[in-house]
Design a protein around this ligand. Structure first.
Ligand code: TRP
Length: 340
């Protein structure tokens, strides 16, 4: 898949996060770092997906509402600059909900049921016996998000590829109905960092499973998380040779330690034997503490000024409302509905 970024061809980028919890180190290596770099090159919008967050949390809506500003503070704390990136709130953009309704007529239930990400989420959430309609159809709403901005480049993790595929299917259907290119097909921009495992090494890092290190984690929480990390269970004595594969401490050192050469030496030492888990964990902890301290401090400052966060969202949503309404007008036009 091509991921070329020429500064002379500005692309429209849209990314988003469900506002269901504070963001964590997995988001940082997976997409936030990339977004900070992309905002200097392209026309980037970040959508705080509160409506998508409700598709599986409508019974507990405060899980979404109480995290909206947390997520915005996370963005700003890692260096997303609202003068370069538009940050908007999905529920403030009614055109996206309307687009979802039109697109719903172009997608079959069986197509939605085949979406592998939705399929595994249904299992994980125990929705097998009763799936909320909004949940099954959120890929359509995500297609509305993406096409609503006419976005061509979507920086996401590989779990989101099925959503982009469904988006492009809808784009092709609309364009074929129109007999011309009304909407733009999108392509993913996959991060080059491998997916960060959870601290227990069993899963990917997840907002919902309590195995993540949040960007706002306190010193104590960081320390406890590193101490509990999964290493090599057969590395019992310091002298024993240890394994690197599956050793979460080394995966994190690879992802976050600035000195690759040093990490390489540590790995060799660990594999030879003579390097204890206590020492490798101490090195990782220092590195994470140093990296997260300024992020945590900025995050706290932003959260102490909620008025400013709300103003950023309000302005971003205002600009985005206009943009998405233009696309809605075009799509309604394809169905012949712009008669009044
Ligand atoms: N589905 C994405 C996630 O779970 C969030 C999202 C909503 C999104 N709308 C989007 C991502 C549009 C990219 C583009 O993280």
């Amino acid at each position: 898949m091509s991921t070329n970024q020429h500064s002379d061809t500005k692309e429209i980028i849209l990314t988003g996060d469900r506002a269901t919890g504070p963001l964590h180190l997995g988001h940082y290596v997976g997409s936030l770092k990339q977004r900070v770099a992309l905002q200097d090159i392209h026309d980037q919008t970040i959508l705080v997906a509160d409506m998508q967050g409700l598709t599986d949390n409508a019974h507990n809506p405060s899980k979404v509402s109480s995290n909206i500003l947390n997520v915005v503070a996370d963005y700003l704390a890692v260096g997303i600059d609202p003068t370069k990136t538009t940050i908007c709130l999905q529920s403030q953009l009614p055109a996206l909900a309307e687009l979802t309704m039109y697109y719903s007529n172009l997608v079959s239930i069986s197509r939605l049921e085949r979406n592998p990400t939705v399929k595994s989420e249904i299992q994980n959430k125990g929705f097998e016996r009763s799936i909320p309609a909004g949940f099954l159809t959120y890929p359509i709403s995500q297609a509305a998000d993406i096409t609503g901005f006419n976005a061509s480049l979507i920086p996401v993790g590989d779990d989101q590829l099925p959503m982009l595929e469904q988006t492009n299917e809808i784009v092709r259907k609309i364009n074929s109905l129109a007999g011309r290119a009304v909407l733009t097909e999108c392509r993913p921009l996959l991060g080059n960092a491998p997916r960060l495992p959870s601290t227990d090494g069993k899963n990917k890092m997840s907002k919902t499973m309590g195995n993540a290190i949040n960007l706002g984690a306190s010193e104590k929480q960081i320390s406890a998380a590193v101490k509990s990390m999964y290493t090599d269970p057969s590395h019992l004595k310091v002298e024993d040779p240890g394994k690197i594969e599956g050793n979460v401490v080394f995966t994190y050192l690879d992802a976050f330690h600035p000195d690759e050469e040093y990490v390489c030496q540590l790995k060799q030492h660990y594999q030879r034997g003579g390097l204890g888990d206590g020492t490798t964990k101490k090195i990782l902890e220092e590195c994470l503490q140093e990296m997260l301290r300024p992020i945590r401090e900025r995050r706290t400052e932003f959260l102490n000024d909620k008025g400013q966060l709300i103003e950023i969202l309000r302005q971003g949503s205002r600009t985005s409302r206009e943009r998405t309404e233009k696309v809605l007008f075009d799509v309604k036009g394809v169905f012949g509905l712009n008669i009044l």
